[in-house]
Design a protein around this ligand. Structure first.
Ligand SMILES: NC(=O)c1ccc[n+]([C@@H]2O[C@H](COP(=O)([O-])OP(=O)(O)OC[C@H]3O[C@@H](n4cnc5c(N)ncnc54)[C@H](O)[C@@H]3O)[C@@H](O)[C@H]2O)c1
Length: 256
C-alpha cells in the first residue's frame, strides 16, 4: 500500500482494459487518478469501481480524445487548476484498427487513424504533459507500446508501425528531458497478448485462440493487472534511476 501515495496521475484510455486496471491499482496504492477516455460510460465505470474522489486518493473522469491537441490543453489546465500538480502520465489510449489489415489491404484513412491516436496522441501527451510534470518538481511518463514494436505484424500493419514509433519516441523524450535537467523520466511498456477487448479482438475464434495460447512460453495470455503492476513500478519513485527503458511483459514471447 502507498507506493504512489500523494501523486496525481493521468491515465488515458482508462475506460477499459489495461488503462482501467492501471487506474485502479494506482488508486489502491494512494494516487489521485485522472481517468480520461473518449468512452464516457467506460471512464465513469472505472471511477465508480475505484470509488470516486477520496481524501488523499481516488479518481475522477474527464472526456478526452488523445488525438486532439485542444483536448490535451483542456485536460492539463483542468488538472493544474483542480489538483494543483501532475506527477505521472500514462499514455495508454490506443486502437488496433481493423483486423486483419495487411500492408496491401490497409487504406490511407485506416493508417492515418491508427497513427493519429497511437503516435500523435502519445506525442501530444508528452508535449503537454512535460511542462506540467516539470512545474510539479518532476515526474514520470509511461507510454504503452507493444510486443509489436519488436516483431513483424503482418495482420496489423499500421498498428505495428505505430508501436515501433512509440518505442523510439519514448527514448527521444527520455534523453531530451534528462539532458535538459527536467527531472522527467519516460519509459515504454510492451505488453504481449493481454485479455482485454483489444486483445480478444485479434483472436477471432477458439481454435486460433488456443493455437496462440500454446505459442506463449509461459503457457497463457496476460491479464490487464500484469501490465498495471509494471506501470505502477515505473510511475513510482522505486524506478527513479530508470528512463528510456523498455519493459517487456509478454509471457516470454519476445525471448524466442
Ligand atoms: N491488449 C493487448 O493485448 C495489448 C498488447 C500490446 C499493447 N497494448 C496496448 O495497451 C493499450 C491499452 O490497450 P487495451 O488492450 O486495454 O485496449 P482496450 O481497447 O481495452 O482499451 C483502450 C481504451 O482506449 C480508448 N481510446 C481509444 N481511442 C482513444 C482516443 N482517441 N482518446 C482517448 N481514449 C481512446 C478506448 O475507448 C478504450 O477505453 C493500447 O495502447 C494498446 O495498444 C495492448
Amino acid at each position: 500500500m502507498g507506493r504512489v501515495a500523494g501523486k496525481v496521475v493521468l491515465v488515458t484510455g482508462a475506460g477499459s482494459g489495461i488503462g482501467r486496471a492501471t487506474a485502479k491499482l494506482l488508486a489502491d496504492e494512494g494516487a489521485t487518478v485522472i481517468v480520461t477516455d473518449i468512452n464516457q460510460p467506460g471512464g465513469l465505470e472505472t471511477v465508480q469501481r475505484i470509488g470516486g474522489p477520496q481524501p488523499g486518493g481516488g479518481a475522477r473522469f474527464l472526456p478526452h480524445d488523445t488525438a486532439q491537441e485542444a483536448d490535451w490543453k483542456r485536460i492539463i489546465d483542468d488538472i493544474l487548476a483542480r489538483e494543483g500538480r501532475l506527477d505521472g502520465l500514462v499514455n495508454n489510449a490506443g486502437i488496433a484498427g481493423p483486423f486483419p489489415s495487411t500492408f496491401e489491404s490497409e487504406t490511407v484513412e485506416q493508417w492515418q487513424r491508427v497513427l493519429s491516436i497511437n503516435v500523435q496522441g502519445v506525442f501530444l501527451g508528452c508535449k503537454h504533459g512535460v511542462p506540467a510534470l516539470r512545474s510539479s518538481g518532476g515526474g514520470s511518463i509511461v507510454n504503452l507500446s507493444s510486443l509489436a514494436a519488436f516483431l513483424g505484424t503482418p495482420n496489423l500493419s499500421a498498428y505495428g508501425a505505430s508501436k515501433g514509433a512509440v518505442r523510439q519516441f519514448t527514448k527521444t523524450v527520455a534523453i531530451d528531458c534528462a539532458r535538459k535537467g527536467y527531472k522527467v523520466r519516460c519509459n515504454s511498456v510492451h505488453p504481449g497478448i493481454i485479455m482485454t477487448p483489444m486483445g480478444e479482438g485479434i483472436l477471432p475464434n477458439d481454435q486460433i485462440k488456443e493455437r496462440v495460447r500454446g505459442s506463449i512460453p509461459i503457457g497463457d495470455f496476460g491479464a490487464p493487472e500484469d501490465i498495471a503492476y509494471g506501470i505502477l513500478y515505473l510511475i513510482s519513485d522505486e524506478s527513479r534511476f530508470v528512463t528510456g527503458s523498455e519493459l517487456v511483459i509478454d509471457g516470454g514471447m519476445n525471448a524466442i
